[in-house]
Design a protein around this ligand. Structure first.
Ligand code: SF4
Ligand code: ZN
Length: 420
């Protein structure tokens, strides 16, 4: 018999009401920051004999031994065992850590994998909250929510900096890379089904993401493998199978099956959605897109802005201004929200000519995606170092200067047909 744990044994409250709580620097006792020091969060499938249920271990200093206001390392490994557990479920469970840790009163969490950031407030610390309680929360929630696959769960939390470095580099990163490689070898043509995701309908009632191997969810957090695992874990849940047996136009990524699915899951708000076009029946957006791309008429191209970019784009709009015309679950031809990794995809705007339409991106985003985008450009068009031809805020934030730069670089978009 499986028993649901309703009371989590921690000295502060645990409720979804605390999810949006932000802890400012002056209110924090300590923080952990994966962008500055070695951190990781990981679910690891083990043999039942290797897992002692409800055992929580802290390896390294507790909060009491950390300097007030300091930045520290943390790595937690949640060891799970169960006869129905599969390694494909690991990232789905991991993705929930953000939500679990954020529900703790006085504790804040962002990011994932080895880039998470956690703050513990003075108030939570004074109430007796310690590192081990993070383990208590992870244990209880994983057992609660994933009881169909997790029979035993043990949590090891490392705060010793050398151990965090070892866990991050020798254990976590190789696992993350293996997961990414599995996905990198999958194409839309090589699979029999896609998946819908409607997790965001809580905020955006008619929004449906269609997730394919080459086009991840616009939040950047749901890959095709994740959607598949979510469906296996919860067959009536947010991710449903979409067949692809009746193609209408493969260049557009239009299918009767996809249309039927979006009609059904949007309660009739959407009729047609294409997977590879920004102009014809583009996919809708909720509000959590990592990036937005929008057409730039002077260059026949598109500009992409990422959420972190606060400056101006050559469209005369900032990211938030672009967001105000893209979100809300409505189709806005010419504007589309998408995940960062979709930029290097061979399916990105395939209907309009593909990635050679990209004329501008913030420098930071361009550097982030450069290796993969350049490889795609080489494959598709035989162009070397394509990102050198793409403008950024250091060369232009207005269309005239941008076109001048593109002309000088011989950017291929200038020679393409206008998009409208
Ligand atoms: Fe799912 Fe799309 Fe929301 Fe991501 S943005 S959680 S893929 S509905
Ligand atoms: Zn969303």
């Amino acid at each position: 018999i499986k028993i649901k744990i309703t009371n989590i044994d921690i000295p502060v409250a645990f409720a979804s009401a605390f999810e949006g709580e932000i802890i400012r620097r002056k209110d924090m006792q300590v923080e952990f920051d994966g962008s500055r020091v070695d951190c990781a969060e990981l679910v690891h499938t083990c043999d039942a004999s290797e897992v002692e249920d409800h055992k929580i271990t802290v390896v390294g200093p507790e909060v009491d031994e950390m300097e007030e206001g300091s930045k520290n390392s943390i790595a937690y490994v949640v060891k799970v065992a169960g006869k129905n557990m599969q390694p494909d479920f690991e990232p789905v469970i991991e993705r929930k850590f953000h939500n679990y840790i954020n529900c703790i009163e006085g504790v804040y969490h962002t990011g994932q994998r080895d880039m998470q950031r956690i703050r513990i407030s003075h108030a939570a610390y004074d109430a007796g909250f310690r590192i081990k309680h993070i383990g208590e929360v992870l244990y209880s929630q994983v057992k609660n929510e994933f009881d169909a696959v997790v029979d035993k769960c043990e949590v090891v939390i490392y705060t010793d900096p050398a151990e965090c470095t070892r866990i991050r580099h020798e254990v976590a990163i190789p696992i993350f890379e293996k997961r990414d490689d599995r996905l990198a070898n999958l194409t839309d043509e090589s699979v029999d089904v896609y998946y819908s995701c409607i997790l965001c309908q809580a905020f955006s009632p008619s929004h449906v993401c269609v997730v394919t191997p080459e086009r991840l969810g616009l939040c950047g957090a749901v890959s095709w493998l994740d959607a598949k695992a979510t469906n296996e874990l919860d067959p009536n849940g947010p991710c449903q199978v979409i067949t692809k047996e009746r193609p209408i136009n493969e260049d557009l990524g239009a299918y009767e099956d996809v249309d039927e699915a979006v009609q059904k899951f949007s309660q009739g708000a959407l009729e047609h959605v294409t997977l590879y076009s920004i102009m014809q029946d583009p996919m809708t957006s909720c509000g959590c897109f990592e990036c937005i791309c929008g057409i730039e008429p002077f260059s026949n191209g598109v500009v992409i802005a990422n959420r972190e970019y606060a400056g101006m784009t050559p469209l005369g709009m900032t990211f938030s201004e672009m967001a105000s015309m893209t979100g809300g679950g409505v189709q806005t031809p010419g504007f589309m929200g998408h995940g960062k990794h979709f930029i290097a995809s061979k399916k990105f705007m395939k209907a309009e000519g593909g990635i050679e339409r990209i004329v501008w991106m913030p420098k930071e985003l361009k550097e982030f995606i450069a290796d993969r985008l350049n490889a795609t450009a080489k494959d598709l068009y035989g162009i070397d170092n394509f990102t050198d031809m793409i403008g950024d805020e250091t060369v232009a934030t207005d269309p005239e200067a941008l076109v001048e730069f593109l002309t000088e670089k011989g950017h291929p978009a200038l020679g393409l047909d206008p998009m409208m």
